[in-house]
Design a protein around this ligand. Structure first.
Ligand code: ZN
Length: 509
């Protein structure tokens, strides 16, 4: 009796500490949103200080003696086993974050912050000049810091595993290699088939005309409401780069950007961010103010955004319901048929820029980055070899060669941020989304029919119940196994692509 009282008190004190850490993190997140969406330009220098102060307090609490004491106590087998499921998950996840914090030397973190601040400017300049050479020195430093970070965190097999774990807990090279090998062997012939089909959908009408901002935003908001995004627990604003963030399950912020000469991109990015946002809104409110009230991994998060953006937002079923509404809003499209529109938004084309690529070529862009990152971190490639390796792989996978480094190795911001191991989570998102959607089609009665009638809530409810509600109580592996009855399997994504694009381009597998 005495022991359980003590444990009870310890759990409560531990939770109170976790709540405070979460409050600090949530406040940082809101200040970050404000910085991108509302803040006047001159606010930037002091905002950086405000964010740094909050980060320091949060880090101090996370690595405090009090935290060490709680975890030491609550992680003891006899104690841990008797905790309720939520407390166990909390001890597990906070323990993970704590272990990482104490393993990472503070000087290393400091150096990383300083180097990436320098790297950002260097990357911007190098990209403007299209000269990878100018980015090389600082990139070399970033890679060496990442290698030191991997050593500090510890790993098996490859130092790249330690970095992957930061974004997709538990993910390893051993799991990724066969997934990418499968994608490569299936996507290259698909792309060839599409290119040899001789059919190139007309996309001109998507960008011909003037599509006023207010109308585009109103349309996106209508679709978000139909999807089930809760505007009483969230909002949609404009920013230079679309993102989603927030401070709790009841405060989720989406952003989009509008090009008045493009009828599709703002809607598509809103559906993408809406998928992220609905994940956050769908987490059990009981988990608020804890580290469990967030998406379980970047890959699972991305599966939610890609499902709405692609599986739904680029499907014929969806546009059966929404194309007439789009035509009503934008009379410029009056002469366009549903099929013409559906084909236009699913055009496939080898292009240099990842963020402009389509569903078929997208993962080949990621494969290229994965192979280069892994080789750089494992020390099998030197930084000055990157541009040439990039060109060779672009030629091999997409059949095109970038004319300069801005179209090649300098296009992404990730490496200048110090992020290595992030790119693969985009591909995981695509794979998970196809696997989840395949299960949803079996479990939600008449799913595609209801989508074609503009009824999107059955899918949302299924996602809430199967994936969102548990937050971080379950990891990615557990969720995929529980929901789909098997581990992550690239077959569903490949089948989805062949099915859809085989039909559009009249080609056989
Ligand atoms: Zn995303």
């Amino acid at each position: 009796m005495q022991t359980s009282m003590t444990t009870q008190a310890s759990v409560q004190a531990f939770q109170a500490l976790v709540n405070e850490i979460h409050d600090l993190n949530a406040t940082q997140s809101l200040l970050g949103w404000d910085l991108e969406v509302m803040m006047p330009a001159k606010g930037a220098p002091l905002r950086a200080k405000q964010l740094a102060t909050l980060a320091k307090f949060s880090h101090n609490l996370m690595t405090s003696n009090e935290m060490q004491e709680h975890l030491r106590n609550l992680r003891q087998p006899g104690v841990y086993d008797r905790l309720d499921t939520m407390s166990q998950a909390l001890v597990r996840e906070v323990g993970r974050a704590y272990d990482k914090s104490v393993k990472t030397p503070i000087e290393l973190l400091q150096e990383m912050v300083e180097t990436t601040a320098e790297a950002h400017n260097s990357w911007v300049t190098a990209r403007a000049n299209k000269q990878f050479k100018q980015f090389e020195p600082v990139l070399r430093k970033i890679i060496s810091l990442n290698q030191r970070l991997a050593d500090a965190l510890g790993y098996e097999d490859s130092p790249y595993n330690a970095l992957l774990d930061e974004y997709e807990p538990g993910l390893t090279v051993k799991q990724l290699d066969p997934l990418f090998a499968k994608l490569k062997s299936e996507l290259l012939p698909l792309l060839k088939g599409i290119q040899n089909s001789g059919y190139v959908p007309d996309t001109e009408f998507l960008k011909k005309g003037f599509f006023p901002k207010e109308k585009q935003l109103a349309f996106a908001e209508m679709v978000l409401r139909d999807m089930g995004f809760d505007f009483e627990s969230g909002r949609l604003d404009l920013s230079a780069h679309p993102f989603s963030s927030g401070s709790s399950t009841h405060d989720v912020r989406l952003t989009t950007r509008v090009d008045e000469h493009d009828v599709f991109s703002a809607l598509s990015s809103s559906m993408h961010e809406g998928g992220h946002g609905m994940y956050e809104q769908g987490i059990s409110p009981a988990l608020n103010r804890t580290l469990l009230a967030e998406g379980t991994s970047l890959g699972i998060h991305e599966s939610q955004s890609r499902m709405w953006e692609n599986q739904v937002g680029r499907s014929k079923a969806f546009w059966q319901a929404y194309f007439p509404k789009l035509q009503e809003t934008f009379p410029e499209l009056a002469q366009v048929t549903l099929d013409q529109f559906y084909h236009a938004i699913n055009r496939v084309q080898s292009s240099f820029i990842r963020v402009e690529s389509d569903e078929v070529t997208y993962n080949l862009h990621i494969l290229l980055r994965y192979e280069l990152e892994k080789a750089l971190i494992e020390g099998q490639m030197k930084v000055d070899e990157v541009p040439e390796a990039w060109s060779a792989k672009m030629q091999e996978y997409l059949g095109i060669t970038p004319a300069n480094d801005a179209e090649g190795a300098l296009q992404d911001i990730h490496w200048s941020h110090g992020s290595f191991g992030y790119f693969p989570t985009y591909t995981l998102g695509n794979l998970y989304s196809a696997q989840f959607f395949n299960t949803a089609k079996k479990q939600v009665p008449n799913l595609e029919k209801s989508i074609s009638q503009g009824q999107l809530l059955p899918l949302k409810s299924w996602l809430n119940q199967e994936i969102h509600v548990v937050g971080k109580m379950e990891n990615a592996e557990t969720i995929v196994q529980r929901v789909t009855g098997e581990p992550l399997n690239a077959t569903y994504f490949v089948d989805y692509l062949w099915g859809k694009y085989g039909e559009i381009f009249s080609i056989k597998r």
